[in-house]
Design a protein around this ligand. Structure first.
Ligand code: NVA
Length: 312
């Protein structure tokens, strides 16, 4: 039996990503059209880090797919300390139809996937946030009609999970991807190499620049993320203070003026107004962040449906 996981954005081919987005749009139009978990079959949804949108959208989504969402508190399970990841995987994998896990290192997620016969979904690691990107691409499709050939500019922390996922997922979607970030916070060389290869295959391109205006110039989509990701709290002073290296990359109306006049603005949330994004941008007419947050639900239902079908 083949088991399909989504550990990083490029675990899907371009064709598979497109099919998942098509299904997500269909499920948004008819929320109960697919019932792959009817029975009901359970999905374990495990959190080692804080959550709001991910817990809401996966629990609602699994229920709407006919299944039972079993939320596991990582503080109680203590995966990898109370018992090994491999032993947890052997126990959980025999009881549920899929595992959704938000955790720290990518190696932890990989180890889980290596020891189960059911799909494992990355619900955010330090390295990637692929479920968020499926929601973002669905939102871009809705507001721009298509992704291929469009330009997206992500400005802010270029070394974090969202930057990496924008590089990979948007390259798969045939987009021109620009990362505006200080020289001190560059994306991982491995992710960049993978994104450049994919962009070459899909007709897009990759640009990493420390000039925020050059990143945003003429872009169809402008995206940002917190400067202090979960787990980086001890660096908060340096990342948000007067001398923050990210300050020139804040999405203000002045920066947004360099994008296309009809550019849309994305933010995965939670947002910190006055830091990475100005209040008049996130609460302004170009912001589509509430559609983006809702689309987590539809995109993840489509993803689970795809992975369960492809694994059976
Ligand atoms: N980069 C952020 C994304 C939050 C959804 C973090 O990891 O905290």
């Amino acid at each position: 039996m083949t088991v399909r996981h989504l550990l990083a954005d490029d675990d899907l081919t371009a064709e598979e990503q497109s099919a998942v987005l098509d299904l997500a749009a269909a499920l948004k139009a008819d929320r109960h059209a697919e019932q792959p978990l009817a029975g009901p079959r359970s999905v374990a949804i495990i959190f080692d880090k804080p959550t709001l949108r991910t817990q809401l959208s996966f629990t609602t989504g699994v229920a709407e797919l006919g299944g039972y969402p079993m939320v596991v508190d990582g503080n109680l399970a203590q995966i990898g300390t109370r018992e090994s990841i491999a032993d947890v995987a052997r126990v959980v994998g025999r009881q549920v139809s899929a595992i959704v896990w938000r955790t720290h290192g990518q190696d932890r997620l990989q180890e889980m996937a290596d020891h189960v016969d059911v799909p494992v979904v990355n619900a955010l690691t330090d390295d990637y946030h692929p479920c968020q990107l499926l929601a973002d691409l669905l939102t871009i499709r809705e507001h721009k009609g298509s992704t291929a050939g469009r330009t997206i500019a992500y400005v802010g922390d270029g070394a974090n999970n969202m930057a990496h996922s924008y590089l990979l997922a948007c390259a798969l979607a045939g987009m021109h991807v620009r990362i505006g970030t200080p020289a001190s916070h560059q994306p991982s060389a491995d992710v960049l190499a993978r994104a450049e290869r994919i962009a070459g295959e899909q007709g897009g391109s990759i640009l990493v620049t420390d000039d925020p205006t050059a990143a945003v110039a003429g872009a169809d989509v402008v995206a940002t993320d917190t400067w202090v990701s979960m787990g980086m709290e001890s660096e908060k002073g340096d990342r948000t203070g007067q001398t923050s290296p990210f300050a020139p990359f804040a999405v203000t109306t002045q920066l947004l003026d360099h994008a296309a006049a009809d550019a849309i603005v994305l933010h995965c949330l939670p947002a910190y107004r006055g830091l990475e994004i100005a209040a008049d941008v996130i609460d302004g007419p170009q912001s589509v962040v509430w559609d983006e947050a809702e689309n987590r639900l539809h995109a993840q239902k489509a993803l689970l449906t795809f992975l369960l079908r492809a694994s059976s």
